[in-house]
Design a protein around this ligand. Structure first.
Ligand SMILES: Cc1ncc(COP(=O)(O)O)c(C=O)c1O
Ligand SMILES: [Zn+2]
Length: 410
């Protein structure tokens, strides 16, 4: 059973008095949900691996959910891990693997977090889940709230494109559009609203959203004994890096693996606070003003909840952080689609762009085993793909017209 021991502050060790406080009452840091896994044995690993449940819930014992009856699942997890030979050849890595999270239920990695988070919310008896987001998190929270029988409220700043919130609206979320800047006025209103209305807060301060630990478990399972040298994750708030590292450490402690991969945070150079901190050798990040980037989903300049913990995880794993230009990201998106058959959104393709850059800089050896997490579907942001109007211009329904068109493009 996934047994929650307590919510504890990693900075000052204060233990929360209730299970619904998300911040430390002494130092205001984000609390950590401590789950006991000491009772697990190698037999349990074999049992989990052979479970017919292919969702993240095959790893139930690692999540802070008391009862299986509370699980809110849309079948997230066990996403394909593909050996991308053609793409690997092109970028110079023979053992390049793509973890295809574009196929998750709402099309992004957020489903891993929200399945666990919403299960806990349901266990606590909340009626309404909320999130402040302009994209993937909004859709995912809305879908999992719907599955849990809860209502959801999504708060976004004025100016957010309809395409970004339509998916959340479709799942039944109440979408509140607010005048002001995302990180400032909108965030302030959101915080006050959570307190005022007692919503279940599904942002990255929620310590129960540990679902991304499942990346580690699934990779160990799917690579089946092949030691992984690098796992590259597109990073914004830092949840992926922090949770993945926690997952690998749990397996190390249990003796289920002998070594863990080096983790890499791939960031857009327009929003790269982790890259800057790693380059300086700093234990803490400095917030930056995020500039516009094609990698919209990871345009986060101030990963205030988990940024420092992500840096610690990168360092402990002996990994690094890499910044990518929009050109590198768009090139990686096109290569991933055309050579591996996966249409990932630009933010997700930063992992492949980082693999390519690291290979060119001699940081990754040709025969090393590299996993790139592809964290969101390309259809989330189709307008990012450049295309020519001429290609889509209608032609006459005749063979000569077709021949002429093919001459232009083939
Ligand atoms: C597509 C995509 N990839 C990656 C991330 C990175 O999130 P995190 O750093 O919290 O794992 C996000 C969310 O912010 C996202 O939407
Ligand atoms: Zn504290």
């Amino acid at each position: 059973m996934g047994k929650l021991i307590e919510l504890r502050c990693p900075k000052c060790s204060t233990v929360a008095a209730t299970k619904t406080e998300f911040r430390c009452r002494s130092c205001n840091d984000v609390l950590e949900a401590v789950v006991s896994v000491d009772h697990l044995r190698p037999d349990d690993f074999a049992r989990m691996r052979s479970s017919r449940d292919l969702s993240i819930w095959r790893w139930f014992d690692f999540f802070p959910v008391e009862s299986r009856s509370s699980i809110v699942s849309l079948g997230e997890g066990s996403t394909p891990l593909l050996h991308a030979q053609r793409l690997g050849e092109r970028i110079g890595i023979a053992n390049l693997f793509l973890k295809n999270d574009t196929v998750l239920p709402t099309g992004s990695l957020k489903d891993r977090s929200n399945s666990v988070g919403m299960s806990v919310g349901k266990e606590f008896g909340y009626a309404t889940a909320s999130v402040i987001s302009t994209g993937n998190a909004a859709a995912s929270v809305a879908a999992y709230a719907a599955a849990a029988g809860m209502t959801s409220v999504v708060m976004v700043p004025k100016g957010t494109a309809a395409s970004k919130i339509i998916q959340a609206h479709a799942y039944g979320a109440t979408v509140i559009v607010v005048e002001g800047r995302f990180d400032y006025e909108v965030a302030e209103l959101y915080k006050n609203a959570v307190t005022e209305f007692g919503w279940y807060d599904c942002v990255s301060t929620n310590p129960y959203r540990l679902g991304k630990k499942s990346y580690a478990y699934e990779l160990v399972d799917q690579l089946d004994g092949v030691p992984t040298d690098w796992v590259i994750h597109p990073s914004a708030g830092g949840t992926g890096i922090v949770c993945m590292w926690q997952g690998f450490k749990e397996f190390l402690t249990l003796g289920w693996i002998d070594c863990a991969p080096k983790l890499v945070a791939a960031q857009s150079e327009a929003a790269a606070p982790l890259v800057a901190a790693m380059a300086k050798g700093s234990l803490t990040f400095e917030p930056v003003d995020a500039r516009d980037t094609v990698a919209e989903s990871i345009q986060v300049g101030n990963p205030s909840s988990l940024g420092d913990r992500a840096l610690a995880a990168l360092r402990e794993s002996q990994g690094t952080a890499v910044a990518l230009s929009d050109d590198e990201i768009l090139e990686a998106q096109a290569l991933t689609a055309r050579l591996a058959g996966i249409f990932a959104e630009p933010a997700a393709a930063t992992s492949v762009a980082a693999a390519k850059q690291m290979c060119q800089r001699g940081m990754i050896g040709r025969d090393e085993v590299v996993v790139c997490n592809l964290t969101g579907h390309g259809l989330k942001q189709p307008e990012a793909v450049p295309f020519s109007e001429t290609e889509f211009a209608p032609i006459a329904p005749t063979l000569p017209a077709l021949q002429e068109q093919l001459r232009k493009f083939v």
